[in-house]
Design a binder for this molecule. Structure first.
Ligand code: CP
Length: 295
C-alpha cells in the first residue's frame, strides 16, 4: 500500500514522475482520471492552503471528497484517534488525508495498512506535499525537468526553522537531491543538525540561489524570544533592501506574516513566487493523488 508520510516514501522514479505529471497537468488539465475514487480529509489543525488545495486537486481529477470536521466528530466524546480512523477506514475510502499536531500520527495510522495515508502536515516533523510543491516551483524557476538537476543549488531557509514541518520535510528532500541547504535563524529558532548555520542572512546571501522564508511561530515557543514581532522583523524580514538586486528565488509556504516574514514590497517583486507555489500545489497534489490512487 502506497502512503505519503514523508517524501522518503517515494523513490527517485516516483519523485520524477510526480514532477513530470504536475508539469503536464499545469499545461493541460487532464480528464477525470480518478472518477470512481473517494478521499476523506481529516484536519485536526487549521489550514487554508493545504486543505483547499487537496480538495481542488481531488475534484479536478473527479475524486469525491468527504471532509470530517474533528471539532464536530466523536473524538469530542472521547473516541480515540485510532478508533476514529478505523471507523473511517471501514467505509472503504481510497485514502485518508490527515493533518495533526503530533509528529508520529500519520505514521501510526499508515502502519495499520487499512487505507493509504497522505500526510497534510504533522507537528514540526513533516509536510511532504509542501516540500514537493516547493521542489516543483524551484524546478520551474530553473527550467529543469528532473529534480536531480537541482544538485548544487543553494537554498537558505530563514526563520523559525525548529518549529517548522515545512523546513523538516524540505531539509530531508533537498539534501537528498544534492542541494546545499543552509539555515539562517536566531539561536532559539535553530534546530540541532549538521547543516551550515548563520545568525544573519547577510553572512551567506551572496551565495544563495533560493530563500525559503518561514513564519515566526512565536506562539509555539514556551519562553518569550523577542519583545515583539518588530524586533524579529528587523533582523529576519526579507525586504528589498536585504535582497538588493540579487537574482534569488523567494519562497514562503504561507501563511505569510506581512512585513514580519516578507515585506509588502518584496511580496510584489517578481522574484517572489509565493502565490505561484500555491498554484503549483494543486498540480503537484493532483500528481500525488494519481500516483497513490490510480490502480
Ligand atoms: N502551507 C501550508 O501548510 O498552509 P496551510 O497551513 O494554510 O495549509
Amino acid at each position: 500500500m502506497q502512503h505519503l508520510v514523508d517524501t522518503n516514501d517515494f523513490n527517485d522514479t516516483q519523485l520524477t514522475q510526480i514532477m513530470h505529471d504536475a508539469k503536464a497537468f499545469k499545461r493541460k488539465m487532464p480528464s477525470k482520471l480518478l472518477e470512481d475514487k473517494l478521499l476523506i480529509t481529516l484536519f485536526f489543525e487549521s489550514s487554508t492552503r493545504t486543505r483547499s488545495s487537496f480538495e481542488v486537486a481531488a475534484k479536478r481529477l473527479g475524486v469525491s471528497v468527504v471532509h470530517l470536521d474533528p471539532s464536530k466528530s466523536s473524538t469530542n466524546k472521547g473516541e480515540s484517534l485510532e478508533d476514529t480512523f478505523e471507523n473511517l477506514a471501514a467505509m472503504e475510502p481510497d485514502g485518508v488525508i490527515i493533518r495533526h499536531e503530533f509528529n508520529n500520527t500519520p505514521k501510526k495510522l499508515a502502519n495499520k495498512s487499512l487505507t493509504p495515508i497522505i500526510n497534510a502536515g504533522a507537528g514540526n516533523n513533516a509536510h511532504p506535499t509542501q516540500a514537493l510543491l516547493d521542489c516543483f516551483t524551484i524546478m520551474e524557476h530553473f527550467n529543469v525537468t528532473s529534480p536531480h538537476e537541482l544538485k548544487g543549488k543553494t537554498l537558505a531557509i530563514v526563520g523559525d526553522i525548529v518549529s517548522s514541518r515545512v523546513a523538516s520535510s524540505g531539509i530531508r528532500l533537498f539534501t537528498r537531491l544534492g542541494l546545499n541547504v543552509v539555515l539562517v535563524a536566531p539561536k532559539p529558532f535553530m534546530p540541532d543538525n549538521d547543516l551550515p548555520q548563520y545568525e544573519h542572512l547577510s553572512e551567506t546571501i551572496d551565495n544563495v540561489d533560493i530563500i525559503m522564508s518561514l513564519r515566526a511561530q512565536l506562539e509555539r515557543h514556551k519562553a518569550p524570544i523577542f519583545e515583539d514581532y518588530d524586533e524579529y522583523a528587523n533582523e529576519y524580514c526579507i525586504t528589498k533592501e536585504r535582497m538588493g538586486q540579487r537574482d534569488i528565488l523567494l519562497l514562503h509556504p504561507g501563511p505569510v506574516m506581512r512585513n514580519i516574514d516578507i515585506s509588502d514590497e518584496m511580496l510584489k517583486d517578481k522574484r517572489s513566487k509565493v502565490l505561484e507555489q500555491v498554484k503549483n500545489g494543486v498540480y503537484v497534489r493532483m500528481a500525488i493523488l494519481k500516483l497513490i490512487l490510480e490502480d
